[in-house]
Design a protein around this ligand. Structure first.
Ligand code: SF4
Length: 452
């Protein structure tokens, strides 16, 4: 039996994935991985050993496109790809954004899978591997005995992480003037409640302790249903179905932060009192040019509204520096907002001038160096303001979800006020990975915390 399984494993074609970009892309890669496992492929950790490499690209700004291209060229240079033993497939945002132009120019790739076709990844691989492997047909077909073996051996379920992202919608209808996402990902589509529930159930069953709900515009979830629903209803349902699991919401546009949502977060202990609200700017004219709404006064009132309901909630935002028309005066106003902001974490990006967007053709573009200088000045201001806010947590008792150990053996985890990958971690002295441990915050260093 073991011998048969070994033989089957050996004869299965294998696929390695390389993922660029944001958490939403990571979720897409996970879905593609599941599809290829169900189709009978094995997953390879090492691209050099694989029969096919799928590079899931990001291209929402020029810098991300360049990074993705670099990853594609790196994969193309691997011996197995270079000598034609392995197929190279370019998936995700880059083929979605550049379409036929990319196919004409990127001759290194054997196939392209834009976001909208990622469900067909197994079919594309079947063709691509068939060609790269000198005509050997890959294993394919629906879930089979092979597929089950593969799932047991190489599926993402085999090593459950402590925290997992679950996408609740795709696309975006806002058409911010600087953003390529609506062109890449298409119009906003909420995923049905039962689909989200099933995905969350699957993650919880495999041992995940924190579910991070993500989308391009999380707060809009449910508004496009024939019988509209809300993010507040969704998160309440999930939190009540899984009382031992943490739920975290990311990317809530300011309009999505309703009183109903605040109430849903405040009334469930297992929903993180954490709000990630991309503001992008605070000047009303700049926001209008961005095709967004709001003003400094409105955003200050919004932060105030959250604080009044949940004084200890963590607030995160992102800002864009150097948008066309950002005069010195408008930039100084943005600096003053950051200096006085009631936010715990502030991410800053220099404006990226993207072909095909409306902002690309706006007058009064800012010089590249100046944009980077402004972004750096805002980051420095943000650190100076946010670090003391983090230090205010010293002496408080917080639950920490234990995530793992550093190379030197130091245990670390995250409190509810720390989102994965962006807000630092909490170092602690006891607990097992996946356990939630109550600690007292003893010290902080910039965004890191130390608990005992
Ligand atoms: S909300 Fe604006 S910035 Fe965010 S994905 Fe949609 S269009 Fe892009």
């Amino acid at each position: 039996m073991e011998e048969k399984a070994a033989l089957q494993a050996e004869s299965r074609k294998s696929v390695a994935f390389v993922t660029l970009g944001c958490a939403k892309n990571e979720v897409d890669t996970e879905h593609m991985r599941e599809r290829v496992v169900c189709a009978g492929y094995a997953l390879a950790d090492d691209p050099e050993e694989a029969d096919a490499i799928v590079v899931n690209t990001c291209s929402f700004i020029q810098a991300a496109t360049e990074e993705s291209l670099e990853a594609v060229f790196e994969a193309a240079d691997l011996p197995n790809v270079a000598d034609g033993r392995a197929a190279l497939v370019v998936a995700g945002c880059m083929p979605a954004r550049y379409g036929a132009d990319l196919e004409d120019e990127l001759v290194e790739a054997g196939a392209f899978v834009p976001c909208s076709r990622e469900d067909d990844i197994a079919l594309v691989l079947a063709e691509a591997i068939g060609e790269a492997g000198n005509g050997h047909a890959p294993l394919s077909g629906g879930p089979s005995a092979d597929g089950e073996d593969a799932a047991a051996e190489g599926s993402p379920a085999a090593c459950a992480p402590v925290s997992a992202y679950v996408k609740i919608s795709d696309g975006c209808d806002r058409f911010c003037s600087y953003c390529t996402i609506p062109f890449i990902r298409g119009r906003y589509r909420s995923f049905p409640l039962d689909e989200v529930r099933a995905e969350v159930r699957k993650q919880v069953d495999r041992g995940v302790r924190e579910i991070v709900l993500i989308a391009q515009d999380t707060g809009r979830w449910g508004a496009d249903f024939s019988e509209p629903s809300t993010l507040a209803a969704l998160v309440s349902t999930l939190a009540e179905e899984h009382p031992d699991t943490w739920f975290r919401l990311m990317y809530i546009q300011p309009e999505g932060l309703t009183d109903e949502l605040l109430e849903a977060v405040a009334s469930h202990d297992n929903v993180c009192d954490y709000f990630d609200i991309p503001l992008q700017h605070v000047d009303a004219d700049i926001l209008r040019a961005m095709n967004r709404t709001g003003s400094r006064a409105e955003f200050e009132a919004l932060a105030d509204r959250v604080r009044r309901r949940m004084p200890h909630a963590a607030l995160r935002t992102t800002l864009i520096a150097g948008f066309p028309g950002e005069t010195d005066e408008r930039f100084e106003d943005l600096c003053s907002f950051v200096e006085n902001a009631d936010f715990d974490y502030i991410g800053v990006f220099p404006y990226s001038r993207e072909e095909g967007t409306r902002a690309h053709d706006l007058p009064n573009q800012i010089d590249e160096d100046e944009k980077f200088d402004r972004a750096q000045r805002l980051r420095d201001l943000a650190d100076a303001v946010c670090a003391p806010r983090v230090a205010e947590r010293i002496g408080r008792e917080l639950d920490v979800l234990v995530e793992g150990r550093e190379e030197d053996g130091q245990l670390f985890g995250r409190a509810m006020c720390q989102a994965p990958e962006v807000d630092g971690v909490t170092y602690l002295e006891r607990g097992d990975v996946g356990e939630i441990v109550r600690v007292r915050i003893e010290d902080t260093l910039l965004y890191e915390m130390e608990g005992a």
